[in-house]
Write a protein that binds this ligand. Structure first.
Ligand SMILES: Nc1ncnc2c1ncn2[C@@H]1O[C@H](COP(=O)(O)OP(=O)(O)OP(=O)(O)O)[C@@H](O)[C@H]1O
Length: 682
């Protein structure tokens, strides 16, 4: 259709085309300038000065022919195009018809659809109405339901509230019930427990009462036993006092008796002289007169009287010596049969080192020693020292002379003379003064023998005749050696054997040299000999003395010619090996053996003393040579004194404490009453 409007129709084109051909032929024929009915582009105009258009006809014809050709071509193409377009138009028209049909169909369809749509819309409207109605119904129903629900909820909540109220009431009630029950149960339990508590309290009160009563009884018992003990002590004190007084009396009696004896013996001598003169006179008078014979008779009777008085005095003296012995030994027994004394040696010189801190607080009885222990550092770094107090029968401060020490033990020597077995030990570490105390020039051994000689001489007046013999042995490595037999001699090779006489309670050593001690000088010689033999046995005498126990044995046998009494006592003076070896265990070989043996024998000594103190049936004497040898000088039939020797040096503090503890153990023991081996000659 557009082609129709824009493109010139075929007829128009053909008409134009003819016109053109015509004008072209005219032009060709006349070649007159003609006004061109066509646009300027097809014409070439030449102007001259007159203003007239001068046409170039040939040119113009040529141009026109060209244009015509061009136009013709154009028309041809246009025509062919027109044909194509027509065909296309035809096709389009067919298509349009088809489309028209389709459109109609579609319109029909559309119409039917529209109708359907209308119907649908109608239906929709109806449905919407229905829906609205239903919605309204629904809403109403929902409202109804909501209302119903609200009502139900309200009902339910009301019910719930009521039931909650009921339940809470019930709960309250139950709680109340439960509380009541609980309370009742608690009350019951409280009552029960209070009852139990009350019972328990009563029981405990009763028990306390009983305990109090028992305690009171115990206290009363204790008090009465204390009173008894006090009384006993008082009695003992008064006994001791009495004994002391008796001793004093006896001493004075002894003095007066001795004076009496001297007087009597003087008067005896004078009487004897008188008798002689009287005898002469008698002879003279016998030959003479009756008066002479009478005076002789009276003189004879006077003489008999004097002899009788002298004899009576002598008998009294002997009786009194016997009584003195009894009283003296009773006094000894009261002091205890095992005594421990402590002796602190003085510092020898400044090179020895720092001195330990010790004090002797009890200056009246001199029986205490207090040792300041080693320095101890607390966790806070405070350095302190602990005090260790010890109490013994006697404590000798440094500087005490051997003479004073001997005064204390002289009574034991006297006991040996009275027929008792006496043992005096020196215990302590090496260098603490054992040898100095026992065997130095004025030590216990020489002093004891001197005292024995003096007493023996005095006792002769009382008809006592004594013999004294001594032996000196050492225990080294659990072997007994005779210190009075020279080293290397034949007799030395003989083994020493210990023999006990159970009846006489005496010990003898087979193959051991025994020296009769007839004078004091003999004792000194014996001590020297022993010292020499000991020195030969060791490179250094001191070394050997610290590693072996030496025992000086004095046997005393006394006989009273007047009364027939006989007594046999032994005095053992023992210098023990250095006690510090108890601790040292690093020693090897020979030293180790020595150490073990010293350890064993010293601990055996402790065991024996402990067993005796406990009153054990079995006393382990045989566990070491030392205790075996001293069997009858330790225990029942003996008196024992232990000196614990103390070094004053700080360096020896630990050993000193150990020694003092051992000595305390011994001091706390009580050994049974000693008995003299006294016999009356039949
Ligand atoms: N009381 C004292 N007064 C003065 N000096 C003493 C005293 N006690 C001991 N000594 C001296 O101390 C030193 C050591 O003493 P002693 O040899 O007696 O000790 P010890 O305990 O016997 O030693 P060891 O076990 O080695 O035989 C000696 O030089 C001795 O003279």
């Amino acid at each position: 259709m557009a082609t129709e409007s824009t493109t010139p129709s075929q007829k128009q084109l053909e008409g134009q085309f003819e016109k053109l051909e015509e004008s072209l032929s005219t032009l060709k024929a006349g070649r007159s300038p003609l006004k061109s009915p066509y646009p300027n582009k097809f014409l070439t105009k030449t102007s001259n000065l007159t203003g007239f258009v001068v046409w170039d006809v040939d040119g113009r014809v040529g141009d026109m022919e060209t244009q015509f050709k061009e136009l013709k071509d154009m028309v041809n193409t246009t025509l062919s195009e027109r044909k194509g377009q027509d065909h296309a138009l035809e096709l389009a028209k067919t298509r349009v018809t088809e489309l028209e049909r389709d459109r109609e169909k579609l319109e029909n369809r559309n119409e039917s659809l529209r109708t359907a749509l209308d119907e649908a819309k109608q239906e929709e409207r109806q449905l919407r109405l229905e829906l609205e109605k239903q919605q309204w119904d629904h809403r109403r129903q929902i409202d109804d339901l909501n209302r119903q629900h609200r009502d139900t909820v309200e009902d339910l909540s009301r019910q719930h509230r009521t039931s909650v109220d009921d339940l809470s009431r019930e709960l309250d009630y139950l709680k109340e019930q439960e509380t009541k029950e609980h309370q009742q149960r608690i009350d019951g339990l409280t009552r029960h427990y209070q009852q139990e508590l009350e019972d328990e309290r009563h029981k405990k009160d009763r028990e306390i009462q009983e305990l109090r009563m028992r305690m009171n009884n115990d206290n009363l018992d204790l008090e009465s036993s204390l009173q008894k003990k006090d009384r006993e002590m008082q009695e003992m004190r008064s006994q001791i006092q009495g004994l002391r007084e008796e001793l004093e009396r006896e001493k004075s009696l002894k003095g007066s008796l001795q004076a009496n004896i001297s007087e009597l013996s003087a008067s005896n001598t004078t009487l004897e002289a008188k008798i002689n003169s009287l005898r002469l006179q008698v002879e003279f008078l016998e030959s003479d007169s009756k008066a002479q014979s009478d005076s002789f008779a009276s003189m004879e009777s006077r003489l008999q009287d004097a002899i009788r008085v002298a004899e009576e005095a002598r008998q009294k003296l002997i009786k009194e010596e016997t009584e003195r012995r009894v009283l003296f030994n009773k006094y000894q027994e009261l002091k205890g049969n095992i005594r421990v004394m402590c002796r602190v040696r003085p510092a020898l010189d400044e090179t020895e080192g720092e001195q330990a801190k010790m004090s002797f607080p009890d200056d009246k009885t001199s029986s205490e020693i207090v040792l300041a222990g080693p320095e101890e550092k607390s966790s806070l770094g405070v350095v302190s020292r602990k005090n260790y107090p010890f109490e013994f029968d006697r404590v000798f401060i440094p500087g005490t002379r051997n003479e004073e020490v001997f005064d204390e033990i002289s009574q034991l020597v006297q006991s040996a003379l009275d027929g008792y077995n006496v043992c005096i030990f020196c215990y302590g570490q090496t260098g603490s003064g054992k040898t100095y105390t026992m065997s130095s020039e004025d030590g216990m051994i020489p002093r004891a023998t001197h005292m024995i000689y003096e007493t023996m001489t005095k006792l002769k007046e009382k008809s006592w005749e004594y013999t004294m013999e001594g032996s000196f042995v050492e225990v080294y490595n659990e072997e007994l050696n005779d210190l009075l037999t020279p080293h290397g001699s034949d007799s030395k090779s003989k083994r020493l054997e210990i023999r006990h006489d159970e009846i006489r309670k005496q010990t003898s050593i087979v193959n051991c040299k025994t020296v009769p001690l007839t004078s004091a000088s003999r004792v000194e010689a014996m001590l020297e000999e022993a010292q020499q033999n000991r020195s030969v046995a060791a490179t250094k005498a001191n070394e050997r003395s610290s590693r072996s126990h030496s025992i000086f044995i004095l046997k005393l046998v006394g006989e009273n010619t007047a009364t027939g009494e006989r007594c046999e006592g032994t005095l053992n003076l023992v210098d023990l090996a250095g006690s510090e070896r108890l601790k040292h265990s690093q020693a090897e070989g020979e030293r180790m053996r020595e150490t073990q043996n010293i350890n064993r024998s010293l601990s055996c000594l402790g065991d024996v003393i402990e067993a005796l103190a406990k009153g054990s049936g079995h006393v382990p004497y045989r566990n070491s040579k030392l205790t075996h040898l001293l069997q009858y000088s330790l225990g029942g039939n003996s008196k024992t004194l232990m000196f614990v020797m103390v070094s004053p040096l700080e360096a020896h503090l630990k050993e000193t404490l150990t020694s003092l503890r051992f000595a305390t153990k011994v001091h706390n023991t009580h050994i049974g009453t000693a008995k003299a081996t006294k016999k009356i000659k039949e």
